[in-house]
Design a protein around this ligand. Sequence first.
Ligand SMILES: [Zn+2]
Length: 155
Amino acid sequence: MNFKNCHSASAIKRNVVFEFDTGRKTKPIPKRKNKKVMEERKCLECGEPLRGRADQKFCNDLCRNAYNNKKLGKSSKYIRKINRILRTNHSILKDLNTENKTTIPSKKLEKENFNFNYHTHYYKTRNGKVYFFCYDQGYLKLDSNRYLLVKKEDI
Ligand SMILES: [Zn+2]
């Protein structure tokens, strides 16, 4: 009798401990991370959350088209800006190059706001001189004070 009581008492004790342990382990922890990753995927155009394929970028074709049109609009604006600079450079050179082969002081180009950052192409001679062109109008730096202006057919 004594032994039996003793045994069942320890069994109960163990049960209590066991239940206590599993109780702690079932606390909800992880799921959050997954939810956050899902929330970060948004339509590139309107910002609405995306729920489709992992590589989905837009909620529909309207958003895709709107986004692509804007993107193209930006790049054509940039192209127009550079074309404008090139055309201005070209007309400055054309106006100054009165004899199709003219030496001018550097100050004249600077005064006209000539943009030295942009040209259409360049031509390097055998002896290493580099002519820069804006379309058919070119220039060669002779020294720190002078430029030689040329027209395409002269080279
Ligand atoms: Zn959208």
